[in-house]
Design a protein around this ligand. Sequence first.
Ligand SMILES: Cc1ncc(COP(=O)(O)O)c(C=O)c1O
Length: 368
Amino acid sequence: MSHIPLVDLKTQYQRHRKEILDAVDQVFAEAAFIQGSHVERFERSFTERLGAAHGVACANGTAALSLALEALGVGCGDEVITVAHTFFATTEAILHVGATPVFVDVDPVTGTMDPAAAAAAVSPRTRAVVPVHLYGTPAAMDEIAAVCAAHGLFLVEDAAQAHFATYRGRMAGTLGDAGTFSFYPGKNLGAYGDAGFIVLRDAETAFRTRQLRDHGRTSKYEHGTVGYNQRMDGVQGAILSVKLRHMEAWTAVRRAHASAYDARLMPMGYEVIRPPEGVESCYHLYVVQVSNRSDVQKAMAEVGIDTGVHYPVPLHLQPALAHLGVPAGSLPVTERLADRVLSLPLCPELTEAQRERVCQTFLSVARP
Ligand SMILES: Cc1ncc(COP(=O)(O)O)c(C=O)c1O
């Protein structure tokens, strides 16, 4: 029985091999290895496509978050309200700038930050809120932005999984003071290595972000501040420009697969992660809840179907974050999701026949 991967990057490469190799060849021919014209071109086109004010390409999605926080002035002594139902990097970036993450619970349907919990967590030390558009489902941004406005807090969106997701007609990542993206290869818009991006609302913060990304440089030999080496490679900029041209079509296919999964699974009583009215996920992952996850994963693996768990250990229960002192049981929705979420194969290369095989196998073994 043929293998069905969670994400099929090999088939994607074969389909777009010529345009990708042509783009890479140009970078090598011009020796435009770090930043340079290919990165600048991608910066312009991604920023424009998002409808954002300013865009800064960088080395990865983790650096994107910490550069954005530092450029906004978030640092030692500050608290940042965020979620524990996410990839580790969200909190790592907050810790990298010297701030303290304060975890709040998530909504059980969208899996994203509960705005009421965020409001209740605001303290005199709170400086910023970092919601995560996990799986490509935008968080409740109007409500979270209202909390930020009421308390004078920065709003930084972790849009690492949310390329081309929309919230009431606007692109995820463009709704706060800053939004950050990852182009890790398996992301909806994935590089051929590490890469990331920061979207910014105001020009001054964008200037500081650019400076921090490149050793604090103001010119080749003058350093206005102490920064980092967090630049994007030319090859990644060139490949991302090629792939950006396909994003609209790829996102449409992902949404069609997701609604077909919904139609098969929801009537059978399964809870699936889904956005509310007026909000469109980009379906980085298709996530369903089950009560017998390891049995399902085993049965699907036996017939060659890959599944994933994003993520099995919430951040407040990670050994590295034990010093934050958040006990088990304190984030009940997060902990329940961590026990129950299962990601099914979803990518633009998935065929209808493959999706049907996934559904049949899943329904034969899963329990809601
Ligand atoms: C939600 C989230 N935040 C941050 C990151 C970090 O991105 P990167 O792996 O590019 O550093 C990722 C990606 O892995 C992610 O999924």
